[in-house]
Design a protein around this ligand. Sequence first.
Ligand code: BDP
Length: 737
Amino acid sequence: MTIRIATLVIFGILLLVSPARTHAQPPDDDGYRMWLRYDLIADADVLAGYRNALQRIAVSGGGDVLQSAAGELATGLSGLLGREIPVSDAVDGDGTILIGTPDGSAAVRSLGLADRLEPLGRDGFLIDRTTVGGRDVIVVAGNTDAGVLYGVFHLLRQLQMHRPLDALPTAQAPKVDLRIVNHWDNLNRRSVERGYGGLSLWEWGSLPEYRNPRYTDYARINASIGINATVINNVNADPRMLTDQFLEKTAVLADMFRPWGIRLYLSVNFDSPRRIGGLKTADPLDPDVRAWWRERVERIYSYIPDFGGFLVKADSEGQPGPQGYGRTHADGANMLADALEPHGGIVMWRAFVYRPEQGDRFREAYDEFVPLDGQFHENVIVQVKNGPIDFQPREPFSPLFGAMEKTNTMLELQVTQEYFGFAMHLAYMGTLFSEVLQADTYARGEGSTVGRVIDGSVFGYRRTGMAAVINPGTDRNWTGHPFVQSSWYAFGRLAWDHTLAPEAIADEWIRMTFSNDPRVVEPVKDIMMMSREAGVNYRSPIGLTHLYAQGHHYGPAPWHARSGRPDWTAVYYHRADRDGIGFDRTATGSNAVEQYHEPVAAIFRDLEKIPDEYLLWFHRVPWDHRMKSGRTLWNELVHKYYEGVEQVREMQRLWDSVEGLVDRYRFEQVKALLRVQERDAIRWRDSCVLYFQTFSGQPIPDGYEKPAHSLEHYRSLETTTYVPDTWYNQPPPGVPD
Ligand code: BDP
């Protein structure tokens, strides 16, 4: 008996100290906290060092934003360090974190930081280790409360990543002023266009009375990565958004976002004066129309005193706009800008325009907007998608970047995975975003990257910004696939600093969201870094684009040829026939290549110089064209499609290696979703290879697994396979909807 007890005790002690115990599987995590997880630091050495240096918080002066910063710091530290962190208004001991602005806090002022803070502008911050009254202090200072807030989140991020305290001192300022997320949320049914993360976050029925605490978490998440603005409704805008009924509700959201430094903006329907204002026209030069907008804008500011302004999709995909009244985009944008100007508001006017009757959709935004350069008012920013078509897996950068010398131009990216497998596939967008930001426009010689165009360095823009279409919804983890969170994170980080490396951003995200264990960080980083390229390869390699089934953009339909508009078919984009494949955008074709500066145009124009990944964007080439690899185009195409599937399989293997090291809940979810992704990638590959083979007439080279089904089978899937998260699934006759 005694022996048995002794054995049990020894066994129990062994359990406590065994390696298996120290590396116990983390508890289940539903992903709600995103990267703001402040769990107790498990590494004893790191914890001891931090506990010593981070004992209390001193904060004084300032308003609600500073209070948010102090509250977040206290919550974060007490979680990470496992003990209460006192907050007071004075430095009263060693290990104080002093936060504030020189204006609001005498202690911060006493440090004489003004010269170092001055160049950091409105949102910058500095962090330093110093002493106040002989006490050891870490100071987090900014020129404004918002700057302090971003500094606090930076500090917490360093601690979440177990960074040494010696590495803390830093001074940073964001490269663009407006770091804004765009929601495509509808008022009807709380649906989210291209959303896939559940219903819209905004509970219009219970607003303004019910202030769902989730609105605050939403604002915190954004603020933590430096985002300072949000457009809460779809660019395909419901005119009712501007009625008093909705403004009253919207004002509550603005009130809840404000303490986190987030300003609210609205998408507006250009025909609102007619649709809700009872006017006969929405002509931007009509005095009654102008007066109507002025009155509405005043009304908005009476509800939301710091309202940011409007985002407008006009004369695009059926949305009304100034051209419907014989006016230009500049006339339309300036009319709204005039109404907003007295209140400090701005207009973000989208350049996403194309018409079915045009020969090449690629050319259109440029052809439409460049002649208007210089005509837009100072408080207008033209918002341009990263590529000339539409958020495809890979596009060359839009030639509008580098062409608008006198018009503030901002970049629009897409976090929600409209063209990347919805919330089913893993596709980290940091690499795509960075590829665009690093692309050199040569507008003012070498080094005129898209990043430097939009941050104002190339043309001296007065207003700078970066936007991303995000998809958070009522799903517990906000984004559906847990890894969509990483693209949201990457957007914020790159809007702060477009020179950050996507790999470094992935590293941060993994450490904060999953684990600091290198056995997790390294393989998961490998997965993320290959994921976007995998998605390109199994969908549309070598510069193919838009091979999607119409409407839902999930599954493949490269054969898709009938639609209300030619530019809404797949054959419009690939132009495959027996002779070859690709879209000729050189002088023998649409000559869209002329929209780029030299030497970009010369490189894209030249069959020898153009990088493989852009080839079929600009050239129509025969099936036996020799590629850089030495393979023929046909063989290369097959190779790339197969490579895409193999990359997904490699992602699966890598993910399997983290089993037991990340929580079971997210492990199983991602593992299952990778199985969906493999299944879909094979379908994409086989659909496209078998379809293009009908033109090339050549075999799939030896060594590749043969498609399991015929082309007819894959074609039939277009109409018979259930497509997740869309309204495109048509029930067969007799089956109730
Ligand atoms: C496309 C989407 C469509 C959007 C449009 C836009 O398919 O749902 O309304 O872009 O950005 O990508 O306006």
